[in-house]
Ligand binder design. Structure first.
Ligand SMILES: Cc1cc2nc3c(=O)[nH]c(=O)nc-3n(C[C@H](O)[C@H](O)[C@H](O)COP(=O)(O)O)c2cc1C
Length: 360
């Protein structure tokens, strides 16, 4: 079933979710020939969202992830997007800044930059393993302006690299979420305090990106909550605040909202109504544009949310790791291969480009 996402025609409604795979094992954080092969193998997805890519050096917070902030990175990504287009695929770049979810090991010992000096209580995947996060440095007003400009430059770079659009990583526990979250943002300037102020960073980023990229090609990955870890624990105000933020997205003609269902069990808490498909049922009324449903879907449940009109597209993460031709498998109801979890994050072609296509 094809779909028109603003002005971008998609051949089917099966989206490849953004997947960090830590294969950029070079000091310049360049995508490699392996990336070309990996994404081309998956070009039959209606839409590929790339792994998260760094908007700047300061954004780094996961080992061996490629960037989009140098000319060489842009040139290397162009090889990926050319190959995907050659195979009739559509690919957006996910723009990522980890903020306080990073670690001093990525910055020669300096703590990462974040909205406020609040340790988010997470683990950071460095090249020497997962390490506890530390108290970050609070961004100055200048840092905030620079970071917004970095998002805009990375978006411009993504288009120069031939991507069909970009997706801002505004979910999980990363920088944009850290601004939105009242526990990790205790700023006293225009970017902190009320939810209107905490959302200012997001909306100024969207507007800055819009200076360079048609907003119909700019999507977001976001949602009210996800795993409820560290300082990312929803309070009684969480749902109303999310409704405010997601509702204001309607003011822009954006490409899409990739909406994550909850991983944590919300039973008995303030987000109880968002359990299971409750997330999509609820947010469908709040956000009027294209919604891509995600987290834990199989073909059956994916088709059900489309039939019930709770979403327009469905994103699959882990199934795409081990089934490069997932749409063809769905079409023929073929069995799915299981991903090798110990090879999710590297180091080489094993568990990355060696999953087979359906026979015949
Ligand atoms: C190995 C792996 C890497 C991931 N990397 C990213 C990422 O770079 N950006 C992002 O937004 N989500 C990332 N995710 C989350 C997925 O996009 C998706 O939301 C999640 O896997 C749930 O979908 P699934 O149940 O179909 O796998 C990652 C998930 C996995 C398993």
């Amino acid at each position: 079933m094809p779909y028109l996402m603003r002005d971008v025609p998609l051949a089917n409604r099966v989206v490849m979710a953004p997947l960090t795979r830590s294969r950029a094992r070079n000091s310049d954080l360049l995508p490699t020939d392996l990336h070309v092969e990996y994404y081309t193998q998956r070009a039959s997805a209606g839409l590929i969202i790339s792994e998260g890519v760094w908007i700047s050096r300061d954004a780094v917070g996961w080992h061996d992830v490629p960037g989009l902030f140098t000319d060489e990175q842009v040139a290397r990504w162009k090889r990926v997007t050319d190959a995907v287009h050659q195979a009739d695929g559509v690919i957006f770049a996910q723009l990522w800044h980890t903020g306080s979810a990073s670690h001093p090991d990525f910055f020669d010992g300096r703590p990462p930059l974040a909205p406020s000096a609040v340790n988010p209580g997470l683990l950071s995947p460095t090249s020497s393993g997962r390490q506890p996060t530390v108290e970050p440095l609070a961004m100055s007003a200048r840092d905030v302006r620079q970071t917004i400009a970095d998002f805009a430059r990375a978006a411009r770079n993504a288009m120069a690299a031939g991507f069909d659009g970009v997706q801002l990583q505004a979910g999980f526990n990363y920088l944009i979420s850290q601004f939105l979250n009242r526990r990790t943002n205790v700023r006293t300037d225009l970017y902190g305090g009320s939810i209107e102020n905490r959302a200012r960073f997001l909306f100024e980023t969207i507007e800055a990106v819009g200076e360079f990229v048609d907003l119909r090609r700019v999507g977001l990955k976001a949602g009210p909550a996800w795993s409820e870890t560290g300082e990312f624990v929803s309070g009684p105000e969480a749902l109303a605040e999310s409704e405010y933020v997601l509702g204001r997205l309607n003011d822009y003609e954006l490409s899409h909202l990739l909406l994550m269902g909850m991983v944590a069990d919300p039973a008995g808490g303030p987000l109880e109504d968002l359990a299971g498909d409750g997330m999509f049922r609820h947010i469908r009324k709040v956000y009027q544009g294209t919604i891509i449903a995600n987290v834990g879907f199989d073909q059956h449940r994916g088709n059900a949310v489309l039939t019930d009109d709770l979403a327009d597209l469905v994103a699959y993460g882990q199934p795409f790791i081990s089934n490069p031709d997932l749409p063809a498998r769905f079409a023929s109801h073929a069995p799915l291969a299981e991903p090798k979890r110990d090879l999710f994050y590297g180091p080489d072609a094993a568990g990355y480009t060696d999953y087979s296509l359906l026979e015949g």
